[in-house]
Design a binder for this molecule. Structure first.
Ligand code: NAP
Length: 478
């Protein structure tokens, strides 16, 4: 299957003959080709988005919310297709692709439809005047997404962006283009006006960079690695583009002596290894209070060894393959580094799987102990099924350790004392903290990071704020 770009309401071939093979991470088998588009293709898509923006931006919130609902309805009919494609494209277990990726992709459109429909203009009264705050579209948006949660993250951007009256050009990761293509088919099927949503396939250099630097793009919503985010920011700043950066993370799971050990082990295992540890929010540094360190370690290892790794299409599978051979090498290089840094590898290695998976990108969940909490492996983002475990004595000490990375995205605290959980959470420098849970998402709350984990917030009304320009109209009374 050769994928096509989607520009101005039509599926079109890109302007050159460069393609990239799309491979199944689980088997290494090729199953599609994705265009490697260039600046010329980006130009066409941005022009289409620009042409469509005026008319689209003038529609009421109510009408645009109806369009989001139509997309949600049509996507919901493809629920199983989304799960199957996402599992094949990313190597993640089908059960996860169903419960997280397919579920959230549909929910994102429904959630933002409802939020936008119910949005009201704010008024601020003075003795002699009324201020009315209206939210106008920003213009043309560039939406750039990574490979770990492909449609989940793309729909998280497309829905609020077009809901607030912008038109967009999407650039998904070329490693996982299949569900972005499915979204374009869905948008085409429901008859969304041409040019409102456009999609350019390709890599970062060929398509991503010309898109973010395009003079007719007014807004960039980028999710990806911190180094790429820095490049995008450097291009956007001199052109004063509105920008949101959702970047990398190195998140701590903080476990106190007084936690419910059974629930904590289950929760921390999930936080560590969901999607093979390839979620920006994953808790890859596990900090355990010394009183329960040995007990926790024993139960955690037992829990990790019990995880079922293998065929992503098997309903029972809990861990699938990593995204690419290059990424697997990067993750394994960190495990080697851990040994050089004095760490002890308790679990890990290549799993033994049936022959059909011999060319896939497989790694067993890896647990490392004995490293200093400020070592490279304990502070740099590995983005794979690898965790380091450290012990601590006091609240103050663990806060200092948790804050000792360049990242500040998320984290979790595990304790029976909710006052302590709340107190510790407030001292951690991140955008989000869960207490006695992880990835428990309410779509109304702000999402984003501090430090090198990003700039700005999306989610709920924060997304509506980012994807619009607030304008104040002051009416002086007689
Ligand atoms: P990445 O390499 O930074 O790529 C992200 C996207 O940017 C891809 O579509 C990529 O295209 C594109 N890109 C690359 N260079 C570009 C450039 N110069 N200009 C514009 N676009 C460019 O990240 P990834 O490896 O796909 O994803 C993993 C990272 O994403 C991890 O660090 C993870 O923590 C982060 N992440 C963060 C969040 C969050 O919400 N904070 C959520 C998910 C993932 P190519 O595919 O060609 O590189």
């Amino acid at each position: 299957m050769d994928l096509l770009n989607y520009v101005n309401g039509e599926f079109v071939k890109h302007s050159n003959e460069k393609w990239m093979d799309v491979l199944e991470p689980a088997t290494g088998k090729k199953f599609a080709r994705v265009p490697l588009s260039s600046a010329e293709d980006v130009d066409l898509a941005v022009s289409a988005a620009r042409m469509a923006q005026n008319e689209w931006g003038m529609l009421s919130h109510k009408i645009r919310a109806e369009w989001l609902d139509k997309i949600a309805d049509a996507l919901e009919e493809k629920y199983e297709d989304i799960a199957i494609l996402e599992s094949r494209d990313t190597g993640k277990p089908i059960s996860l692709a169903r419960s997280v990726d397919a579920y959230r992709s549909v929910t994102n459109f429904r959630f933002f439809a409802e939020l936008i429909r119910n949005q009201e203009e704010e008024e601020f009264l003075m003795d002699d005047a009324t201020n009315i705050v209206i939210q106008k579209p920003v213009g043309v948006g560039a939406l750039i997404t990574p490979w770990n949660l492909p449609l989940y993250l793309l729909s998280w951007k497309v829905a609020p962006a077009i809901g607030m009256g912008n038109t967009v050009v999407c650039k998904p990761s070329e490693l996982t283009p299949m569900t972005a293509n499915l979204l374009m088919e869905t948008i085409d099927e429901v008859g969304l006006p041409s040019g409102v949503v456009n999609l350019i396939h390709g890599n970062g250099i060929g398509a991503g960079a010309p898109l973010t630097s395009h003079s007719d793009v007014n807004l960039i919503s980028f999710t990806g690695g911190t180094d790429t985010g820095a490049k995008v920011a450097a291009v956007a700043a001199p052109q004063f583009k509105k920008i949101s950066l959702e970047l990398g993370g190195k998140n701590s799971s903080i476990i106190f002596d007084d936690c419910d050990l059974g629930k904590t082990v289950a929760g921390v295992t999930r936080a560590a290894f969901l999607n093979q540890g390839q979620v920006c929010l994953c808790g890859s540094r596990i900090l355990v209070q010394s009183g329960i360190y040995d007990d926790f370690l024993e139960k955690f290892i037992e829990s990790v060894k019990g995880m079922k790794i293998g065929d992503p299409s098997d309903e029972e599978t809990e861990l699938g393959a990593l995204i690419s051979p290059e990424h697997l090498s990067k993750v394994e290089s960190y495990i080697q580094l851990a040994e050089e840094e004095g760490g002890k590898i308790i679990t890990g290695g290549r799993p033994s799987l049936p022959k059909q998976f011999e060319n896939g990108n497989w790694l067993s969940p890896t647990v490392i102990i004995g490293l200093k909490h400020d070592s490279r492996c304990s502070t740099e983002e590995i983005f794979g099924p690898v965790v380091t475990i450290h012990s601590f004595e006091t609240e103050n000490e663990v806060i200092e350790i948790a804050n000792g990375t360049r990242y500040g995205l998320a984290g979790s605290v595990w304790t029976r004392d909710l006052d302590k959980g709340n107190r510790v959470a407030r001292d951690i420098h991140t955008g989000m903290i869960w207490v006695n849970t992880w990835l428990h998402r309410d779509l109304r709350v702000p999402f984003g990071g501090v430090k090198d984990s990003g700039v700005g917030r999306e989610g709920g009304r924060w997304s509506l704020g980012f994807f619009s320009e607030a304008m104040n109209i002051c009416l002086k009374h007689d």
